[in-house]
Design a protein around this ligand. Structure first.
Ligand SMILES: [Zn+2]
Ligand SMILES: [Zn+2]
Length: 309
């Protein structure tokens, strides 16, 4: 199980960059793994304004190929190459990822110093990255589009009193938690001997762009953090839905149905100078809601009541 999960919002605006908000990009750091969800234009400069290292980005997940979600990729990759990156970079996205990104990344006199691995992924997939998985849900946006769920794996909860009897320190306990069985001082110890219940892994869901989809509530069920788009307030709801977007009211309804711990609203239309109207509207339905701003950082903590017996 990871010790730290940190979310950094590099861009929180929709459609085009404004003076208030850059376009969409979110960093999720799970211990030493840095994931990027979307990479709108100007993302690399936003990253440089935080304490996240752009060189450490391991995997990028693109929700869909509208410019405000991927046009920052080429610049970011070029900067990585100029800094002599050697580690491979994995990029995941919906249908047509390989075709679109191959063309996009080969425009101009452009060279890289590291392998770029493109992966096309589909609705309902689960990708296993060891301590955590990434799941997908097809959304409704007029072009191939995915929502992503990052879920830390559930792990056996260690009962400190039981562990004490065997004299195991935390490093050995973590090994036991991972491997299920260890030999310590010549004695075989199984996880069952020292565990008591399950430590439920943290869960973060990002909707990408979409009109409200029925399955989102199930996909985001009991998430610690639901990051949902709320492009406009409900006075513009009909038009927003036509264009494949969600209103603040509708995002809050989804959060309520999904029983999430906190709703964070993003992809705010450049027509709003502040997130106040959007936030106020959503809070009426789901009180634990915030419109997040660029460069905000959130630590996702393990909840006490996540320890189920
Ligand atoms: Zn967008
Ligand atoms: Zn879009």
């Amino acid at each position: 199980m990871a010790s730290t999960i940190k979310i950094t919002f590099f861009g929180t605006g929709g459609s085009w960059p404004s003076l208030e908000r850059n376009v969409m990009s979110i960093g999720v750091q799970i211990d030493s793994d840095v994931l990027l969800l979307d990479c709108g234009e100007g993302t690399q400069r936003q990253i440089m304004r935080t304490n996240v290292s752009f060189m450490k980005i391991k995997r990028i997940f693109i929700t869909h190929y509208h410019g405000d979600h991927f046009l920052g990729l080429a610049g970011l990759i070029q900067t990585m190459a100029l800094n002599e990156r050697k580690d491979p970079l994995e990029i995941y996205g919906p249908e047509r990822t390989v075709d679109l990104l191959t063309r996009y990344l080969t425009v101009g006199y452009y060279s890289t110093t590291f392998p770029i691995l493109l992966h096309e992924i589909y609705n309902g997939e689960t990708l296993d990255f060891g301590d955590y998985v990434v799941k997908t849900l097809e959304t409704d946006h007029g072009v191939p589009s995915l929502a992503y769920c990052i879920k830390e794996k559930d792990m056996p909860r260690i009962d400190r009193d039981k562990a004490k009897k065997y004299g195991l320190d935390s490093k050995i306990l973590e090994k036991l938690r991972r491997e299920g069985e260890i030999t310590y001082n010549g004695k075989k110890i199984t996880i069952d001997a020292v565990s008591g219940g399950v430590r439920i892994g943290r869960k973060i869901v990002y909707s990408g762009d979409t009109r409200p989809v029925e399955k989102m509530a199930e996909f985001a069920k009991d998430a610690d953090i639901l990051i949902h788009e709320a492009t406009v307030d409900s006075t513009l709801e009909e038009k927003a839905n036509q264009y494949g977007h969600t209103s603040a009211r509708q995002a809050a309804e989804i959060a309520k149905k999904a029983n999430v711990r906190e709703l964070l609203l993003v992809h705010i239309s450049p027509r709003y100078k502040s997130g106040e109207i959007i936030e106020k509207e959503a809070k009426k339905i789901f009180p634990n809601t915030r419109v997040v701003n660029d460069l905000e950082e959130i630590i996702v903590r393990v909840r006490k009541h996540q320890f189920s017996e």
